[in-house]
Write a protein that binds this ligand. Sequence first.
Ligand code: ZN
Length: 385
Amino acid sequence: MKMAINLKMMLDSLRYTNDSLEYAGIQDSVIDNKIREQFKKHHLVAATKIVAEIFPTIFSAVDDVNNILAPDYKLEVYVKNSADFQASCFPGVDNSISVVLNSGLIQLCSVDELRFVVGHEVGHFLFGHHLYPRVEEMQNQVEKLNILALLRAAEITADRSGFICVKNKENAFKAILKLATGLPDAYIRFDLSAYLRQSKELQNMGGDEYSLLDTHPACCTRMRALLWFDMSEVYYEWVAQGGCAPINSCELNKRVTRDLSLAIGFRLSEINKKEAGQALFWGVLSLFISDGCLSKAEQILLKHNFGESGMNMALDYIREFGPDAVINKFESILQSLRFVDKKTKKVLFENIEQFSKLAGGEISNIESVLKRATQLMNFGNESDR
Ligand SMILES: [Zn+2]
């Protein structure tokens, strides 16, 4: 892309750290041009294109966002006749970005609030969120929960991208409150701190585990994330605001991560930790059984590291299903950890590597187990580990 390097760097600074396939060590894919054409045709049939002649106010808001976030793209916005407060974004044809806004959403928002909404959607495109794996395609629950966490993280970045598009910051906060309630100005006396008490209340109650299944963070959590952003050096740089920002970007991301985790009661990290523990057990067993037998010394090591029950489970499993089934079991657990953060996977792999030194039998058998584990955990290349 010919996007100015400076703008590209500025945009990258908006990305919330956990919003990235890189976070899980996975490469992006691309969207075929044929699919883009199909989408455009669908919009031309089912929606109405925002042009300056018919919708001058909306068009000017769209034009502003186009210039701020994506001057090298052509932003094409469509309005769809629907009362749902929804918007979506997709890569368009010929270097364009296509955004669809439902009419209910437009009616609810002021022009400046629309800048936030459009900026948010364009952010989804610029940060490649349309390339993220689909939740429906995930094979198991742990994979699914981690992709959902990735999608919630993506909303944080998209909100930041909307935030830098508004003329008055308060309108970004108001847009979120309107999206949360579906209520227009007539019913709202905007009081940010009063609304944020809701997020504290949720945290004090230990978070909500069902939120693990949501594609979006709670609106009050999103609002807090924007407030942290407003105080950050990243934002100060974007708006060329003088003075010293209260928090640096590392602190910004730390606070957001904490809020997101608190909202679900830290349950995802518990689930991932448990799954990584399972993977370690089956990984070690795969290494030990790679020569076809579990020696006395290996049984003692299993007992020492995974308890008597772990050792008995290993023996029962091998007796019932045979040694080959062990590696299959290990591989299926590794599959479920694909989208877990790189750090967790790195620690797991290092632990497995340590155990590999204790396994008996042919070195080539052990190496093949390790190689398979590397591939399945999507480590990419060796140096990336
Ligand atoms: Zn979004």
